[in-house]
Design a protein around this ligand. Structure first.
Ligand code: GLN
Length: 191
C-alpha cells in the first residue's frame, strides 16, 4: 500500500508532535507553510495552538482560500485551535473560521481554573486519555455530524464526512488511536 502523505499546518502551535504521531500511525507527515505545499497531499491536520494567532497568519499568508479549496476534496482533521478554525460558528469571542464542520464551539469553554487537564474518555468502547489545554467546548453539532467521544456530556471527538475534529490533543498521548482513525479515513477514501 502506498504511504499517505498527510500535511500538518505548521504556522504556529504543536505541529511537530502531530508529525511524529502521524508517522507512528503509518503516514508520511509534510509540514505545510504555504499553499503550494498542499499539492499532492492526501489529507491535512490543523494543530492546536492559538486560533487567533493562526488565523492572523493564515490571512497574512493568503492561506484561507487554498485551505477551503483543499478541504472540498480532501480530509482535514483539526485539534483544539484547529477545531476552532474548522467550526461553522465560533464564540467567546466570535472570530472568522473555515466552516468545514457544522459545529458551534465556545473558546476556552472549560473556564480558567480547570481549563487544562488530562481526562479519561471512552473511544471505540475502550478507555482513552484526553489532554485538554484551554480547550473549546462543542456546544452544537449539526445533523450530519457524528459524535465519536464525549466528556462531561459534550462532544470532544466528532466527524462529518471526510473531516474530523478533536477538542483535546491526541498528539500528546501515548496512544495513536485518533491519528490512526484519521489515516484510515484518508485510506478508505483514496484506495
Ligand atoms: N484556547 C485556544 C484558542 O482559543 C486553543 C488552545 C489549544 O489549541 N490548545 O485558540
Amino acid at each position: 500500500m502506498v504511504v499517505k502523505k498527510v500535511g500538518v499546518l505548521s504556522l504556529q502551535g504543536d505541529f511537530a508532535a502531530h508529525g511524529a504521531a502521524l508517522e507512528r500511525a503509518g503516514a508520511e507527515p509534510v509540514y505545510v507553510r504555504n499553499a503550494a505545499q498542499l499539492a499532492g497531499l492526501d489529507g491535512l491536520v490543523i494543530p492546536g495552538g492559538e486560533s487567533t494567532t493562526m488565523l492572523k497568519l493564515l490571512r497574512y499568508d493568503g492561506l484561507m482560500a487554498p485551505l477551503a479549496e483543499f478541504a472540498r476534496h480532501k480530509p482535514v482533521f483539526g485539534t483544539c485551535a484547529g477545531a476552532i478554525l474548522m467550526a461553522a460558528d465560533v464564540s467567546a469571542p466570535a472570530q472568522e473560521s473555515l466552516g468545514l464542520m457544522d459545529i458551534a464551539v465556545e473558546r476556552n469553554g472549560y473556564g480558567r481554573q480547570i481549563d487544562s487537564r488530562i481526562a479519561q474518555i471512552v473511544l471505540d468502547g475502550e478507555p482513552a486519555e484526553a489532554v485538554f489545554i484551554r480547550a473549546p467546548i462543542i456546544r452544537r453539532v449539526g445533523e450530519q455530524v457524528k459524535v465519536l467521544a464525549e466528556y462531561q456530556g459534550t462532544p470532544v471527538l466528532a466527524e462529518q464526512g471526510r473531516h474530523m475534529v478533536a477538542t483535546f490533543h491526541p498528539e500528546l498521548s501515548a496512544s495513536d488511536t485518533v491519528h490512526r482513525r484519521f489515516v484510515d479515513k484518508i485510506t478508505q477514501r483514496i484506495t
